[in-house]
Write a protein that binds this ligand. Structure first.
Ligand code: APR
Length: 245
């Protein structure tokens, strides 16, 4: 392990659907991605949920059930980030746009799900939040207030406010390395994190993705390849050599 100076250097890692692709979960905007099969306006907006709640519940029920398949497991990219969290002397925070639980299963504990979690549901009537591993329907009563009709996936839809933004911006402003992994850079506020880091800090910024993202030119360093290959290699490099620069 490499220790560069007395004050710990913090790392913030933004992840997107690309990190879970090799675990068997589809991305959104690739040619065979989720948004090529369903309209995001129908399943990922409050208006879509109002129009057809059963369709939206079914969409997330299918995705929740998929997480239970034996072949959906963390891949070497998730595992490398868990290794980094264990070994790095400073704080390693993962900010994920993903609603799957593969980072947790790999062993990461310092993790924020800014777009929510498939394995949680909440009640619009009483606002309580629940761990949720089974189907949700429009009739599902809330376990807390017993009202039917108010339960929804704990997922941030387009037009809603992502979660934990205060803590995320605070950590971005205190980091020495910002990594962006497997995200196409199309969705804000996550797509704006790299600019924020560059304005507010002297941190190194690196994109690891299959191909250049929309904001690729904003990064000081870019590395392209499958996440399962480029992420473990990058993690090993910073654990043995320290941060670039
Ligand atoms: N390794 C690394 N990157 C990959 C891999 C892989 N094996 N496979 C695909 N990618 C890259 C793609 O090239 C693409 O740039 O991952 C990126 C995935 O981009 P999107 O599908 O747009 O997913 P993401 O950026 O996470 O989407 C952000 O959009 O619809 C919403 O709420 C949803 O959280 C999601 C948000």
């Amino acid at each position: 392990m490499h220790q560069t100076n007395a004050s710990p250097q913090n790392i913030v890692i933004l992840t997107g659907a690309g990190i879970s692709k090799e675990s068997g979960l589809d991305t959104f905007r690739d040619a065979d991605g989720i948004w090529s099969k369903v309209r995001l306006e129908d399943v990922a907006t409050p208006e879509g949920f109002q129009r057809n709640p059963a369709l939206v519940q079914d969409f997330y029920n299918d995705r929740r059930a998929q997480l239970d398949h034996a072949d959906i497991t963390p891949n070497p990219a998730h595992q490398a980030l868990a290794h980094l969290e264990r070994e790095w002397p400073g704080e390693v925070l993962i900010v994920t746009q993903n609603i799957d639980d593969l980072h947790e299963r790999a062993g990461n504990r310092n993790l924020l799900h800014m777009h929510g979690e498939l394995l949680k549901a909440r009640c619009d009537s009483c606002s309580n939040l629940f761990q949720w591993a089974v189907e949700l329907t429009v009739e599902t009563p809330c376990p807390s207030c017993s009202q039917p009709g108010g339960m929804r996936p704990h997922v941030v839809w387009f037009g809603e406010m992502p979660l934990e933004m205060d803590r995320i911006y605070r950590m971005l402003e205190e980091c020495s390395l910002f990594m962006s992994i497997g995200t196409s850079g199309n969705v804000y506020p996550a797509a704006g994190f790299v600019s924020h880091v560059r304005q507010m800090t002297t941190a190194h910024t690196v994109e690891l993705n299959l191909e250049p993202s929309t904001g690729s030119t904003l990064f000081a360093q870019t590395i392209y390849g499958q996440a399962s290959e480029v992420v473990p290699a990058y993690v090993e490099k910073i654990l043995s050599e320290g941060l670039p620069g």
